[in-house]
Design a protein around this ligand. Structure first.
Ligand code: KIV
Ligand code: NA
Length: 266
């Protein structure tokens, strides 16, 4: 596979191969993840809280995501580049969603877009899909609605709520999504959605009985000062960067950096 494409996701589901996804927001990290063999890079609107210093994803603009997407797309040769439609860029109408998605593809170089919600965005998904834009759904905890959901909470815990997630997943599939991200729902509910759907599910805080996994890269790599319970730190990048900075400061202050080999003698 030279470049991962959406039809590979369906092939992977049929073959029982798990798909891997990480977020990325710049060329620097995207190049590393791409070369390490990740299948998909999500230029998430988590850009807001992870990179831009906002508390939520709500303030993130389409312009900001276009810039981040372009940076990620430039640095990848194999991974499929998926870009989030940020809050306020698609909800009002299928036409608004189309105009925003077109920018992420034409200016950003994304291969697909993701939007939050179920039946309420089915028409949006259908218009995009019909226009040749692959769409990923996103159900369960949907951060753009956190003001309605009462904060960052596990969704789908009651029977009715679980049933609604299943119905929304089917509505998205019928509208044409290529995959559905399931965020922070009980593992048995995610397993049921995965069983019901033909298209793959990608979980985050949704257990292992899904078709693939996604994590925010800073949670995966131990970069931030906090990470959610469902994430695992596969490295301690933040601690390594802190130590490197402290050593640099100390050596400059002590006069041991730069040494002879770092200087130009003439
Ligand atoms: O923006 C993001 O990082 C996401 C993932 C958590 C799925 O949407
Ligand atoms: Na997102």
């Amino acid at each position: 596979r030279k470049r991962i494409r959406v039809h590979h996701l369906a092939e992977d589901k049929a073959a029982g191969r798990r798909t891997t996804m990480l977020t990325a927001y710049d060329a620097l990290t995207a190049r590393i993840f791409d070369q390490a063999g990740i299948d998909m890079l999500l230029v998430g609107d988590s850009l807001g809280n992870v990179v831009l210093g906002h508390e939520t994803t709500i303030p993130v603009t389409l312009d900001e995501l276009v810039v981040a997407t372009r940076s990620v797309a430039r640095a990848t040769t194999r991974a499929l580049v998926l870009a989030d439609l940020p809050f306020g860029s698609y909800e009002a109408s299928p036409q608004q969603a189309h105009a925003s998605a077109v920018r992420l593809l034409k200016e950003g170089g994304a291969h697909a877009v993701k939007l939050e919600g179920g039946a309420r965005v089915a028409e949006h998904v259908a218009l995009l899909t019909g226009s040749g834009i692959p769409v990923f759904g996103h159900l369960g905890f949907t951060p753009q609605s956190e003001n309605m959901l009462g904060g960052k909470r596990v969704q789908g815990r009651s029977d009715e709520a679980a049933e609604r997630i299943c119905e929304d997943a089917v509505a998205l599939q019928e509208a044409g999504v290529v995959a559905v991200v399931l965020e922070m729902i009980p593992a048995p509910v995610a397993a049921r959605v995965t069983e019901i759907l033909r298209v793959p599910t990608i979980g985050i805080g949704a257990g292992s009985e899904v078709d693939g996994q996604v994590l925010v890269w800073t949670d995966m790599a131990g970069m931030g000062d906090w990470s959610p319970r469902f994430a695992k730190q596969f490295g301690q990048v933040g601690a390594a960067l802190t130590r490197a900075t402290q050593d640099y400061v100390a050596e400059v202050q002590a006069g041991t950096f730069p040494a002879r080999e770092h200087q130009f003698d003439e």
